[in-house]
Ligand binder design. Sequence first.
Ligand code: ADP
Length: 507
Amino acid sequence: MTVKHQQPAQQFDPLATEPGTAAAILAHTGVLLVALDPEGRVVYFNNACETATGYDRGEVIGEFVWDRLLLPEQVDEVKAVFDELVQKPVPNENENYWLTKDGRRICVHWFNSSIREDNGRVRWIIGAGLDITGKKRAQREIEEHAARLHAVVQTAIEGIVTIDTEGIIESINPAAERLFGYDAQEAIGRNVKILMPSPYREEHDRYIKNYLRTGEAKVIGSGRELMGLRRDGSTFPMELGLSEVLLPDRRLFTGVIRDTSERRLSEKRERERLAEHAHAARLAALGEMASGIAHELNQPLTAIVSFADACQNLFKKDKIPEDVIGDALSQISEQGIRAGNIIRRLRQFVKTGALDREIVHLNAVIKDVLAMVSHEIHMNEVDVKLHLGKHLPGVWADQLQVEQVVLNLVWNAIEATEASDLRQLDIETCKHDDTLLVKISDTGCGFTDDMTNLFTAFYTTKENGTGLGLSISHRIIEAHDGVLSATSNAAGGATFSFTLPIMEAMY
Ligand code: ADP
């Protein structure tokens, strides 16, 4: 069998076969075409050269190119390129400026070659050039912009970290290095999760994936308070501003981080100061009330004592004046009733006002309260676990008062865990017979005393406690026909539970 070898197609070269074609094409391309004699005098200067420089070819032909068109400081450099071409028949490239007739500079990228006699002597040096002034300027602007941006990022007091869509760190500025305790080389290429403590660390991958899939961002474009993790394992509160950078071929996320420890600390100090004031004010009010009560009770008590003394004296007489003793005894009884009224009025005063009932959803109350104390939860690094029952009916209650109870219990639980290694809070809601049950369990210090006085007013084991929180909570729950109770956890810590009746109509 014979195999036919296909001949390569004959190439047709119009530039070689049609004289003048090359020049005609080049005339339309905007390519600068210049030919020099072996000494460097211009012998050819095409239309594009005229347009670019503003010179007529008549003004340039016969002139040395370096005298007419080059910047004085570039003459040596260009002459070296020229000499190289004269010496060796190897095309080369260079970039240099030309000075136009009106004094502007244009930057040209040259492709240079030589045309030689048969004996190898140079006949012409040909330069084909592209005016890259615009490109150069754009490039310089980009470089300047990048340099400015770099300087801003490097000197910013905020930490700046960029990551790709996989969460891999692409850059980290000096402020972020200081904040997190990592060198840039160490951090770059690693997942940004190294800068986050739990639970953010676990959620982060899922969060990015979810965002890329749905475009729904919870934090992009908005500031967010969360915790940062340093290289040494310690954590600090921070504010994070995230933005997305859309590059032509990929996306980046930029995080701007501000350490808020100082601010948090001064806010905490401020709150403590306020709490101290409030405490002092409460004590002062209690003191005032106590002296008021003492004053008011003193009068009927003094009267009772003096009427009783008078009676005793009357009994010593030979003839006992029964009517006078009768008067005195009825005075004693009247004064006793007056004292009783004073005490009843006082109880009325202390009693919670009338209940302002509405349908209350306990899960929502719990979430609201947690939002109120989110700062303390963060600062004390308490891990809150919610076990909230689904589709629970509402209760018919005074929303504000129930909130107050939950706030008291959660607050106590946070305080109780302050000195614990494990700081956990479990909050559970469920239906229990015809009531809703709320359980707030902590891993705190537990009860130091026996628990008999827990719900008694003014019972406190805290240096700055008032001992009113639990007694008020107890009264509120009782007023709602519920029950508030406390138990010690087997593993340490305390559990407070309360029930609130579900209304018949709501089952
Ligand atoms: P206060 O918090 O001002 O002392 P409370 O009436 O709220 O007043 O609490 C009374 C006392 O009950 C506290 O001082 C503390 O001894 C105890 N207590 C309350 N909650 C807890 C808890 N979660 N764990 C341990 N003890 C608690």
